[in-house]
Write a protein that binds this ligand. Structure first.
Ligand code: GAL
Length: 378
């Protein structure tokens, strides 16, 4: 059977992650102009690299398939996102695809969508406390944190050495449902080592609430890390590792380390997303790894799910076999306070300086003229 691949990839992949060809989106079922449907896409913030990529890629997919698209970015502001969505409901869009700023603030607005029979698909972040959403498309968020922790375990040889090693956690925005999954995936994987004293958290900040970073902001992460360095590492104590929930927070931590860290050993800094600046830091040895989620693959899965819903179908687990990348259909893990949401979950990858070529092989990144750093293919 022909597999569905992310369409921007014009090269043949040598990867296990994706085996991309150069197909155009499937326009066989494209609506004619008289029945043209509109998709409303609401993204959290244009400020972060990944959401720009998601938004633009989704828009192009839907447009190429003959749909009209309203694409809006909420500037990380949940009231603005609510207003955006209310506007799209008033415009009678046929489907809403939403990556929530704060998953807990949309239920009233989405009640209106439900009353108007507008389908809602939750993108990347789960929308809470509503039965208006039918599907959730994301990467396996818990696995992201677990991969970060396993990387650290291997780097520090925690199974075979006594330690102790000093480690700090930096989590994402408290309103983002994913942020807890990332933190829990990492913390629970390392918990036994912490309890055994092999890993020590000198700041004592071992709960999600204490290490959350408002808006995932670089500046907030930098400020918080400076405070931690000042209170716990001011006398040249070694900080062995920092697990950061994503690359914007890892960037803030890296800046704080550059200006305020006096220890001799450079810490292992871990992030998520594969942002360009962080990939540069990985080449320069300032960040050890990032968990990479190919945004085009995630968008492609979301697009296919939405397309089928718009065509009146009811996507099930069977759809997963049609994708060229591994996707799990899961009806149990993601409970949003009202129901278990049917989820399509993709599988993230670990990227270090040793396998950066993996990013190039996606077709989304290329080496710069000096073959040193990665750039986005645009
Ligand atoms: C998460 C998302 C991450 C990261 C973060 C910051 O919800 O899954 O990939 O981008 O938000 O916006």
């Amino acid at each position: 059977m022909k597999k569905i691949v992310a369409s921007a990839m014009a090269i043949t992949m040598g990867l296990s992650l994706v085996s991309c060809g150069s197909e155009k989106p499937d326009t066989n079922n494209a609506p004619t102009s008289s029945q043209k449907k509109t998709v409303g896409i609401s993204m959290p913030a244009q400020e972060l690299e990944r959401w720009n990529n998601d938004g633009e890629y989704l828009k192009s997919q839907f447009e190429a398939a003959g749909y009209d698209v309203e694409l809006v970015y909420a500037g990380n502001n949940s009231s603005r996102q609510n207003n955006d969505i209310m506007g799209m409901i008033a415009d009678n869009v046929d489907l809403l695809l939403i990556a929530a700023v704060d998953g807990t603030t949309l239920s009233t607005t989405l009640e209106d969508a439900k009353n108007k029979n507008i389908s809602v698909v939750s993108y990347d972040r789960l929308i809470m406390n509503t039965d208006a959403i039918t599907y959730y498309v994301s990467y396996d968020n818990y696995l992201v944190g677990k991969l970060q922790a396993q990387f650290l375990r291997d780097q520090l040889s925690l199974e075979t050495t006594a330690g102790p090693y000093n480690i700090e956690f930096v989590a994402g925005d408290a309103g983002d449902n994913n942020a807890k999954y990332f933190f829990n995936g990492a913390y629970e994987t390392l918990k036994d080592y912490i309890e055994a004293g092999k890993l020590v958290v000198p700041s004592g900040m071992t709960t999600f609430e204490r290490v959350a970073t408002p808006d995932w902001a670089v500046d907030e992460a930098e400020k918080n890390m400076k405070t931690t360095l000042k209170s716990c590492y001011a006398d040249g104590e070694t900080l062995d590792a920092v697990i950061c929930a994503n690359d914007s927070t890892a960037l803030g931590v890296t800046k704080a380390i550059a200006s305020n860290y006096t220890g001799e050993k450079y810490p292992i800094i871990i992030g998520q997303d594969g942002d360009i600046e962080n990939l540069k830091n990985i080449v320069d040895g300032k960040q050890a790894m990032t968990v990479y989620k190919n945004v085009n693959d995630e968008a492609t899965v979301a697009f296919e799910v939405c397309k089928r819903v718009l065509q009146g179908e009811v996507p099930t687990g069977k759809l997963t076999s049609e994708f060229a990348v591994p996707v799990n259909f899961d009806s149990e893990t993601y409970e949003n306070g009202v129901k278990h949401v049917q989820s399509y979950l993709l599988v993230p990858e670990v990227v270090t300086k040793d396998n950066l070529q993996l990013m190039v092989n996606t077709g989304l990144y290329k080496w710069d003229d000096d073959n040193k750093y990665l750039e986005l293919v645009k």
